[in-house]
Each structure stands twice: as C-alpha cells, then as structure tokens.
Design a protein around this ligand. Sequence first.
Ligand SMILES: Cc1cc2nc3c(=O)[nH]c(=O)nc-3n(C[C@H](O)[C@H](O)[C@H](O)COP(=O)(O)OP(=O)(O)OC[C@H]3O[C@@H](n4cnc5c(N)ncnc54)[C@H](O)[C@@H]3O)c2cc1C
Length: 282
Amino acid sequence: MSMARLAQERGVNVIVGSVTDIEYTESTSTPPPATPPPSDNMTPNGPPSPTLSSASVNSVPSSRNSRRKVSGIIYTNTQSGTSCTIPATTVILATGPWTSKLYPSAPISGLRAHSVTITPSSPVSAYALFTEITIPPTPQSPLHSNQPPNVVSPEIYARPNNEIYVCGEGDMEVAVPETTADVQIDEARCDDLIAQVSSISDNIRLGRVTRKQACYLPILNVGGSGGPLVGETGTEGLLMATGHSCWGINNAPATGKLLSEIVFEGQAVSADIRQLDPRRIL
Ligand SMILES: Cc1cc2nc3c(=O)[nH]c(=O)nc-3n(C[C@H](O)[C@H](O)[C@H](O)COP(=O)(O)OP(=O)(O)OC[C@H]3O[C@@H](n4cnc5c(N)ncnc54)[C@H](O)[C@@H]3O)c2cc1C
C-alpha cells in the first residue's frame, strides 16, 4: 500500500479491488513471436525436453491466444462491493500465485510458507540469519531411537521496532485459495518454527510471539527454468510479471522498470530478458 500511496502522490489513479475477469476482443494484428534465447529448453509441467529445440519454439504460434487483444478488466470494488469495468489497451498481470485464476494457461502455482513475528526479550543486532538447526530425534518408542536427526533451516530477520521475523520451508498441502484473506494457517507449523529458533536463542525463547501467519509465493511449473515470467504474453496488450518464486522482493524494482520500458518504449532496454519471455511457454 505504501507503493500505491507514492504512485497516488505522482498522480496515478489507484483503485483497490478484486479483478474477476480480463476482457478481450478480436485482434486484427498478429503479434511477433518470442525471440528464443540461445539455450532454450523450457517445457511446461515437466523436466527439460531434449526434443523441444529453439527452432520448434519459433515455428509454433507465439500464443494460443494470439488472435485476441485485451479490452479491459472487470473488478469488484473493495469499498463499495460493486462490479465495475475499466476499459484498457494494456493490462499487466502481477497477481503472483493467483495468476492462473485469471489466465488459466499460465503455468504458475503457489507454495505456502509459514512465518512468525517475535518481540525478543531484549533488542537484537541488525542481522539476517540463514540457519541450519539440527533437531535431535525425540524417541517415543525404541523403534525411533535410530532415526537420524532432522535438519531444519528457518530464516531469522531482525526488523525495525525491536521485531524479529522468522520464516520456514514451504509446503504444497493446501492449494492457493481464492483470496489472500482465505489463506489457511497451520498453527502447528508456526509452533514448530518458534520451537526451532527458540532452541538457538534465549532472546527469542523469552520473547513474545506477536503474529503467526502464512502466505504463498508464485512458482513456475516449467522444467529448465525457475522463472520469473516478465513481458508480453502473445495476447495483444496483456503483459505478465509473475513466477518470482522466493526472489520477488529482490527483483521487484527491476521487474517494474523493465515492464515500464516494454509498455512505453516497446521493448526492454536495461536488461536482456529474453529468457523470461512468457510467450516462450504460454
Ligand atoms: C515466507 C516468505 C519469505 C520470502 N522471502 C523473500 C526474500 O527474502 N527475498 C525475496 O526477494 N523474496 C522473498 N519471498 C518471495 C516474495 O515474497 C515473492 O516472490 C513476491 O511476493 C512475489 O511478488 P508478486 O507481486 O508476483 O506476488 P504477490 O506478492 O503474491 O502479490 C500478488 C498480489 O496480487 C493480488 N491479487 C491476486 N489476485 C488478484 C485479483 N484477482 N485481483 C486483484 N488483486 C489480486 C494479491 O492479493 C497480491 O497482493 C518470500 C516469500 C515468502 C512466502
């Protein structure tokens, strides 16, 4: 929201709502195919295929939707609850793990990750810790006594205002829900995280847990690439910025800059992002 506020200060009309559909009309122009980068070996939903060469990518239409063009979006206004339409010639889909709900052919799924925030018992120094903590087995029966110890890797970040943020590994047990408000939190996973980091810090153990939460990060289901997908989709006027996996915070400024170049200058100029071209896999 703070980014939206900054944009508003510069004159952008920010509307908060939930997009329910993208509207299309027939396109008269044929969009150019994606230019494959030198080593193109991406295949949707599977490992790299030795038979999918750059030439074969070039010879197929750049998108199943290449005869459509964007004409607007339909959304439900968060404040009024009414359904409205915004006519548009350019739409950028930046809906993370929810991308395929609006654009079903996008091979994007969600990985759930739990996190907690803690007020430590006394202030901590400004470090981020990428841990490997060995949890000894807790034998409940003689059968368990030979189990190897479990190694877990919670990440611990010092935040302003005497807060610590801890996040753990992802799981795919619960599919991406309709909205962020419907994300299911597995309290036991949060408690595991708290126990893990408490085992290496008295400051955390004696601190106060202030939040238990979970969220999804967008995963690209394509062999040979970890994503993201940034650029044109092959549907005229529809662009995409998604599939950032666990690097979306880091990559956000570059993604935004490159998208603005594509929209306003016709192509990405500050980096060669052919490898990220969504048209190669959509
Ligand atoms: C625990 C955890 C730790 C992480 N740590 C790091 C890190 O240290 N560094 C890093 O770089 N990255 C990190 N990431 C990854 C990073 O958070 C993601 O890569 C990034 O948030 C993806 O950004 P996005 O904008 O594509 O998607 P999101 O951040 O998921 O944003 C998508 C937005 O679209 C909205 N939306 C969805 N559908 C609709 C709709 N129909 N209408 C309107 N709005 C809609 C959602 O409400 C959401 O606000 C972490 C992720 C997790 C879960």
